[in-house]
Design a protein around this ligand. Structure first.
Ligand code: NAI
Length: 455
C-alpha cells in the first residue's frame, strides 16, 4: 500500500499532523519508537506540571500562615506524586491512541529509517523488518538532551547518579542533595519541585544569569524568589567533571566540589536527526537541524519537518502549529508559519511568561520602542492571593505605530494570561485598541489593562 503520508515520530508535532491529515482523509502511517505523546507527554511538559502542581499545594499549605491558614505536619509524599503523574500520563497517552484510531491513522511501534525513494518516487521507510511506502514524509523526531563530553558524565548516566529529564521524572526517592547543571527551563522547573519535595538544591549555571533569554529584570526577580526559598545558585560557573557523589566546577579561577546524591543535566536539547537515513533522500541540515521553509517543507519536495527537529523554537505549542502548517500545505491550503507571537512559559512558582520582543531583541533589531511596567500588585486579585509577591508586568510598544510588540510577566497565572497578549501581538493591536477591551474583574489579567494605560 502507498500511504499518502508517513509521519516519523509520535510527539506533539507527529501525532497532531497524523490526526489532522487523517481527519482530512489522507491515508496516514505513524511510526514511533517509544510511546505516543513523545517527550512532552511522557517525560516533559505534562509530567512536570503534574509534579509542580503537587509542590504548589504543599507550599501553599506549608506557608499558609500569612493567609491565616495553619496546617500542621504537611508532607509531600513523593512516591504518591510520581504514581499520580504516571496515571495522568497513561490517560493522556490513551487519549492520543484513541485519536489515532478515530482518524484511521496506522500506528507502528519501532525505529523508522528512511531507506530511499523507489523508481516511482515513493519514499521508503523501514520499521523493523517491514518497509512502508509514502507519497510524503513528515519528520517529527523531536530532540534529545545535550550531554557535555566531560569526565564522569557517561559513567554517571550508567550508574544512575547523573539524570536527564527522563530519569528525574521517575525518581522514586527525593535525593537529599540535588545538583542541577543548567539554570534554563528544565533546570528551574525541576529545581522548584525537588526543593519543595525536600532536597537541598544547587543550580550550576554557566552564564551570569538564569532563565536564558527571559527578560533580565524578570529573571532576576525569579532568582531572588528562589534564593529566598533556599535554592543555591552558582552562576558564571563551569562544570568540569562529574565524580563519585560530587560535581566539580570552576568559578573565577577557583575549583569547587559540590556534593550530590543525584545530578540533573539540563544544559539544552538538540535536534534528533541521527540514524534516520536523511542522507538517503538528501534532506538538508543546518547545524544538525533540519532546514525548513515557512511552509515547514524541507529542501526535498514532499518531505516536511515539524517540531524540535527543525530547532527553530523547541516548544510543544510551536510543534502543534508547525504540524498543522505542514499538513495544510500538503493539502494545498495556503498556510505559513509565523514565529513572532509564540508565547513562552516557565512553570516555576511564581510563573514566568513572555511573548514577542524583549528590550534586548527589539534593540538588536533596531526597533524603536517604548516600554512600561507595573508591579503585579496593581491587580487586586494578585494582591489578594500573593502576600508579599514581587511580580511585574512589562509591555513593549513600537514607537511608530504604537503596536504591542512584547509582553513579559512574572507572577502566578501568567501562564494562563499570556495567550491573550500573544493574540494582541498576532493581531497587531495598538495601545488604543487594547484600551477599549474589557477585562474580567477581579483577575490578574487586568495587569495588562493597567500597564497599557501607562502609555
Ligand atoms: P535551556 O536552553 O533552557 O537551558 C540550558 C541552560 O544551561 C542555559 O542557561 C545554559 O547557559 C546552561 N548551560 C549550558 N552549558 C552549561 C554547562 N556546561 N554548565 C552549566 N550550565 C550550562 O535548556 P533546557 O533547560 O535543557 O531545556 C531544553 C528545552 O526544553 C528548551 O529548548 C525548552 O524550550 C524546552 N522546555 C520547555 C519548557 C517550557 O516551555 N516550560 C519546560 C522544559 C523544557
Amino acid at each position: 500500500m502507498l500511504y499518502e503520508l508517513i509521519v516519523i515520530g509520535g510527539g506533539p508535532a507527529g501525532y497532531l499532523a497524523a490526526e489532522r491529515a487523517g481527519q482530512s482523509g489522507l491515508t496516514v502511517l505513524l511510526a514511533e519508537k517509544r510511546t505516543l505523546g513523545g517527550v512532552c507527554l511522557n517525560e516533559g511538559c505534562i509530567p512536570t506540571k503534574t509534579l509542580l502542581y503537587s509542590a504548589k499545594i504543599s507550599d501553599n499549605a506549608r506557608f499558609g500562615e500569612k493567609y491565616g491558614v495553619k496546617a500542621a505536619d504537611v508532607t509531600l509524599d513523593h512516591e504518591a506524586v510520581i504514581k499520580r503523574k504516571n496515571k495522568v500520563v497513561r490517560n493522556l497517552v490513551a487519549g492520543v491512541k484513541a485519536k489515532m484510531r478515530k482518524n484511521n491513522v496506522t500506528v507502528v511501534t519501532g525505529e523508522a529509517y528512511i531507506a530511499g525513494r523507489n523508481p516511482k518516487g515513493a519514499y521508503e521507510v523501514r520499521v523493523g523488518d517491514a518497509v512502508y511506502r509514502g507519497r510524503r514524509l513528515l519528520i517529527a523526531t523531536g530532540s534529545v538532551p545535550v550531554l557535555p563530553p566531560l569526565p564522569g558524565v557517561q559513567e554517571g548516566l550508567k550508574s544512575g547518579f547523573v539524570m536527564t529529564n527522563r530519569e528525574i521524572l521517575d525518581l522514586m526517592e527525593v535525593p537529599a542533595d540535588l545538583v542541577v547543571v543548567g539554570g534554563g527551563v528544565i533546570g528551574l522547573e525541576m529545581a522548584s519541585y525537588y526543593q519543595s519535595a525536600g532536597s537541598n538544591v544547587t543550580v550550576i549555571e554557566l552564564l551570569d544569569h538564569i532563565a536564558g533569554n527571559t527578560d533580565p529584570e524578570i529573571a532576576q526577580i525569579l532568582l531572588k524568589n528562589y534564593q529566598k526559598k533556599g535554592i543555591r545558585f552558582l552562576l558564571s560557573t563551569k562544570v568540569t567533571a562529574i565524580e563519585d557523589k560530587a560535581v566539580v566546577c570552576e568559578s573565577g579561577g577557583e575549583t569547587l566540589r559540590v556534593e550530590a546524591d543525584k545530578v540533573l543535566m539540563s544544559i539544552g536539547r538538540r535536534a534528533a536527526t541521527e540514524g534516520l537515513g536523511l542522507e538517503n533522500i538528501g534532506v538538508e541540515l543546518e547545524r544538525g537541524r533540519i532546514k525548513t521553509d515557512s511552509r515547514c517543507q524541507t529542501n526535498v519536495p514532499g518531505v516536511y519537518a515539524a517540531g524540535d527537529v527543525n530547532g527553530i523554537s523547541m516548544l510543544a505549542h510551536t510543534a502543534y502549529r508547525e504540524s498543522e502548517t505542514a499538513v495544510n500545505n500538503m493539502l494545498g491550503k495556503k498556510d505559513i508559519m509565523r514565529y513572532h507571537a509564540i508565547p513562552s512559559v516557565i512553570y516555576t512558582n511564581p510563573e514566568v511568561a513572555g511573548v514577542g520582543e524583549t528590550e534586548q531583541t527589539a534593540a538588536e533589531k533596531g526597533i524603536e520602542f517604548e516600554v512600561k511596567k507595573l508591579p503585579m500588585m496593581y491587580s487586586g486579585r494578585y494582591m489578594a492571593e500573593n502576600e508579599g509577591g514581587d511580580g511585574i508586568c512589562k509591555i513593549l510598544v513600537d514607537k511608530e505605530h504604537k503596536r504591542l510588540i512584547g509582553v513579559h510577566m512574572i507572577g502566578n497565572y501568567s501562564s494562563e494570561i499570556i495567550y491573550g497578549a500573544a493574540l494582541m501581538i498576532e493581531m497587531e493591536m495598538r495601545v488604543d485598541d487594547v484600551k477599549e477591551l474589557v477585562f474580567p474583574h477581579p483577575t490578574v489579567s487586568e495587569i495588562i489593562r493597567e500597564t497599557i494605560f501607562e502609555f
